[in-house]
Design a protein around this ligand. Structure first.
Ligand SMILES: Cc1ncc(COP(=O)(O)O)c(C=O)c1O
Length: 360
């Protein structure tokens, strides 16, 4: 094969999601399972979302509305924004990619922390943008001072995951505001709030970056977590119309799909499901903390729908992971500077109990 693959692509580590749950189930013959590896909503999704998708299905012979008009209008109303300040995409992962694609060129750099959401490092690389990542604090949080100290004239985007996946740590209201105020306003600060709905319920000090008045902030949110529709792929970004316009020009014309738009419209109409999800999460986290303390498992308190456990060594992580896998408990062993850690998502009470039973 003589087609040359560019270096920035050939050197990428490809993302191997591994075997499917169906394959694993067959291999291990699980009778009981706990799917706690992807920070999904294992309570399911809203029936309003399902009904809305079924109705929209009637029109799938037509292309989707490229502007997601109805959905944007509803979100604009909910957040006191205008539709021009909103972009919809195939998950917030897509919005992040669009920010890099639509705003970076030449020597521009993407600055962030180590130990954050793995996909971001890849998207910078895929777009041939230099990604600079600073060490975390000892408490597994973003080190804002370290990030600030590394700003140079090429810094174009600073990415902050609040809360951070996989560590579960958060940046407080005053720290986030002071940080954004202190950096040059030609740098775009992406504040990824994928776990927003859980975080505001877990801490009064969790900042809602949509209430900030900084034109250089882009807030990312998703329907994949609290709204429980990860499978249809729907996320959004809210920021200055000029930034949103550049990103919109870079997006796939008909992203997100008709069914994703419909699922989101339905999901927004079901406060009861959202509240039930948030309550399940808060209770699940507290249950984990109590049981982990009894078992002597070290963990980092979390502001998302998952918790990072910390083990003495990578070898022990492999041992625990293999033991859990045999019993149908799927968790996420981490990589890089976090290879002594396992991330565990909050599931339904029966799943949480199955995890604890097998962890002991
Ligand atoms: C911090 C963070 N941002 C973004 C995402 C991507 O979510 P989406 O499903 O909307 O692409 C995730 C998913 O795990 C995440 O943890």
């Amino acid at each position: 094969m003589n087609v040359r693959i560019p270096d920035h692509i050939s050197t990428l580590k490809s993302y191997h999601p591994g075997k499917s749950i169906a394959q694993l189930k067959e291999e291990f013959g699980w009778k009981r399972m706990a799917i706690l590896w992807n920070n999904e909503n294992t309570l399911g999704y809203s029936p309003r979302s399902q009904a809305s998708v079924m109705e929209a299905y009637e029109k799938i012979n037509y292309y989707p509305d490229p502007f997601s008009t109805d959905l944007k209008r509803r979100l604009a109303l909910k957040f006191g924004k205008t539709p021009e300040e909103i972009i919809m995409g195939n998950g917030s992962e897509s919005i992040l990619m669009l920010a890099i694609r639509g705003l970076c060129s030449g020597e521009d750099e993407f600055l962030t922390s180590r130990g954050s959401f793995l996909i971001i490092y890849n998207w910078a690389k895929i777009n041939n943008v230099r990604c600079v990542s600073m060490p975390m604090t000892d408490g597994y949080a973003f080190d804002l001072d370290a990030i600030k100290s590394r700003i140079n004239r090429n810094t174009k985007i600073i990415y902050l995951a609040n809360v951070n996946n996989p560590t579960g740590t958060m940046i407080s209201k005053s720290d986030l505001k002071a940080f954004i105020q202190s950096i040059p306003d030609h740098i775009l600060v992406i504040v990824d709030e994928a776990y927003f709905e859980f975080s505001v319920a877990l801490s009064d000090d969790y900042p809602n970056s949509l209430t900030f008045d900084f034109p250089n902030v882009l807030t990312l949110r998703t329907f994949s977590k609290a709204y429980g529709i990860a499978g249809v792929r729907l996320g959004y970004g809210i920021g200055h119309p000029k930034v949103i316009d550049a990103m919109t020009k870079s997006k796939l014309t008909f992203e997100p799909s008709t069914l994703a738009q419909a699922a989101g419209i339905g999901a927004l109409q079901d406060e009861e499901f959202l509240e039930r999800t948030i309550e399940n999460n808060t209770k699940g986290l507290n249950y984990f903390y109590t049981e982990f303390e009894k078992l002597g498992v070290k963990y980092i308190p979390s502001y998302g729908n998952f918790v990072m456990t910390v083990w003495p060594s990578k070898e022990q992580v492999t041992e625990v992971f293999n033991k859990l896998m045999k019993r149908g408990v799927l968790v996420r062993p981490l990589a890089g500077n976090l290879e002594h850690c396992i991330r565990i998502s909050v599931g339904r009470p029966d799943e949480n109990e199955w995890l604890v039973e097998n962890l002991g």
